[in-house]
Design a protein. Structure first.
Length: 289
């Protein structure tokens, strides 16, 4: 059962893929923008973008496989490559030939993988703090990565889902103001991950299998991607140093600007939406609307 609430303008939908039914939030009208969240979160990360940009875009925020209301029923270990393939099938299922793509955290890595496969269908690309090239997963994520590799993350996730204060502490490193994160939102993010042993185990395998090889392999693809690309990066993030924003800007020839948000942390789309929304609006209108 869904743990999220929607508004009169934001609707929860599902789309059928070979990976199963994929849940997503939708609002607005016009050219389509697709938002991809990172590990342990879901489409609600983008709630302020959906509420603030629906006048210029039909905004779709997807729940990745095994996150939010999207199940994972595969037999093998879930990978970021699977997530990228799912996103492409998601676009296919809705008949979307041209989209603006936006990613955060490991969702930014997935966005880069999507770009490497279907560059001609990506009208614009926006990357916020995310895994890049060899920094996947980042060093600061090593304790969680190791917990997953030891087979202990699933139990930890299930424990966190029933303990909002500890859960808040676990998310605090990605937030400037963790105390402002409501118990309801914490439950919305972590509750679905712990809704079953199978779901928690799928997430555990997903995290355990994260490595930089798929990201390093797409360097040549990024180096030829010339659609308008926006980079918006918080400088206070312990996971993704600003140097990686500069690497992306130097690597992707389509980069139009690299915006640094002083002191912002990993999940700044939740905390500082006005700055990101304005940057997206400027990109989209500058790219022909």
């Amino acid at each position: 059962m869904s743990m999220r609430s929607t508004t009169s303008t934001t609707r929860q939908q599902t789309s059928t893929t070979t990976f199963g039914d994929v849940a997503y939030l939708e609002t607005g009208r016009g050219p389509v923008a697709v938002f991809i969240h990172g590990v342990f979160l879901n489409a609600d990360l983008w709630r302020h973008q959906l509420s603030g940009l629906g006048d210029v875009r039909r905004c779709l925020a997807v729940d990745l496989l095994a996150h939010g209301d999207s199940p994972y029923s595969g037999d093998g270990e879930l990978t970021m490559t699977d997530q990228a393939d799912m996103v492409i099938e998601f676009l296919d299922s809705l008949g979307l030939d041209s989209v603006d793509l936006i990613g955060n955290d490991s969702g930014g890595a997935i966005a880069q993988l999507v770009v490497s496969r279907i560059p001609g269908r990506i009208r614009t690309l926006t990357l916020t703090n995310c895994d890049v090239d060899e920094n996947c997963p980042p060093a600061a994520f090593a304790p969680i990565h190791e917990l997953a590799r030891q087979g202990e993350l699933a139990a930890a996730l299930m424990a966190l889902a029933s303990d909002p204060e500890t859960a808040r502490s676990s998310l605090a490193s990605g937030l400037e103001r963790p105390d402002d994160l409501s118990d309801e939102m914490i439950a919305g993010f972590l509750g679905p991950l712990a809704s079953s042993v199978a779901r928690a185990t799928a997430i555990q395998g997903y995290v355990a299998g994260m490595d930089s090889d798929p990201m390093v392999a797409i360097r040549p693809d990024l180096a030829t991607f010339d659609s308008p690309t926006l980079i918006v990066w918080g400088t206070g993030d312990e996971f993704f140093d600003i140097a990686w924003a500069h690497w992306l800007a130097a690597t992707i020839p389509g980069t139009v600007t690299c915006i640094e948000l002083e002191g912002a942390k990993l999940f700044f789309p939740l905390e500082r939406p006005a700055e990101l929304n304005q940057a997206l609006r400027d990109l989209w209108t500058g790219a022909g609307g």
